[in-house]
Design a protein around this ligand. Structure first.
Ligand code: KIV
Length: 263
């Protein structure tokens, strides 16, 4: 997809939207060659790329750096960048500055977690020409309050709150929203109640689209295997085997071969 208008079109035509994260130019270039619709420069990069303990540690500087790299790799694709921890909670001016920096780095849109307490920010960004994607359910920036990466929206009250928040996001002008780790039935209800598309992760198959973290999809982490993330490749195994083949070839004097030597 080249613009967020295609999100609305896909929702209208009930065409599933395929989103995947990317954090660097080369991966973004490969995603752009694929059949995926859009790239999310998720603040998951704090953990995936930088080895930090949670998304709380992603900074605006990191998000800008990786967004710019992704945009260079995928010049024509919708790129959504996460507003990092607290960026949308420090008032209108700070939020506008952060979102502006992400757009100037190459993002088409920004994604921000939750809605209560920063409705004014969402409305202001949308009114300023910055497309906003919401993020409800498991919102990892609140991990210290949630106490872990658990399914959200299980109680009647939580489900009602999530539905109200989703509706509020739509009213405020969000073009789409991520539903992370919520019961399938709740995700289906929210999706049916909205005209904007929902993008699910761990939210079942009734959302308007899906998003996966690229390292989960490619199986790059042997230890981290969330149940909802299908592995389309044993990336860890393949890379390990390639590295071992290289090490063995060097030690056996099989690499470089004659045709690999620059005379
Ligand atoms: O940061 C991220 O990668 C995300 C997705 C998991 C939705 O927010």
């Amino acid at each position: 997809m080249k613009s967020i208008l295609e999100f609305a079109r896909a929702r209208r035509d009930l065409k599933p939207i395929v989103v995947v994260t990317a954090y660097d130019a080369l991966t973004a270039r490969t995603v752009a060659e694929s059949e995926a619709d859009a790239i999310l420069v998720g603040d998951s990069l704090a953990m995936v790329v930088h080895g930090l303990p949670s998304t709380v540690h992603a900074t605006l500087e990191m998000m800008v750096l990786h967004t710019a790299a992704v945009r260079r790799g995928a010049p024509d694709m919708v790129v959504i960048a996460d507003m990092p921890f607290l960026a949308h909670r420090k008032g209108l001016e700070e939020a506008t500055r952060a979102a502006g920096a992400l757009l100037q780095a190459g993002a088409t849109a920004v994604k921000l977690e939750n809605v209560a307490g920063h409705e004014d920010v969402i409305a202001h960004l949308v009114g300023s020409g910055i497309p906003v994607m919401g993020h409800l359910g498991l919102t990892p920036q609140s991990i210290n309050q949630l106490g872990g990466y658990h399914l959200q929206g299980r109680s009647v009250d939580e489900a009602a709150q999530l539905k109200a928040d989703a509706k509020r996001l739509e009213e405020l002008g969000a073009f789409s929203l991520v539903l992370e780790c919520v019961p399938t039935a709740l995700a289906a209800e929210v999706t049916a109640a909205l005209t904007i598309p929902t993008i699910g992760i761990g939210a079942g198959g009734s959302t308007s689209g899906q998003v996966l973290v690229i390292t989960d999809l490619l199986g790059l982490d042997a230890k981290f295997r969330p149940r909802f993330a299908r592995r389309y490749l044993d990336g860890h195994g393949e890379i390990l085997s390639a590295l071992n083949n290289y090490a063995r070839d060097v030690r056996a004097a099989k690499f470089p071969a004659r045709e690999e030597v620059i005379a």
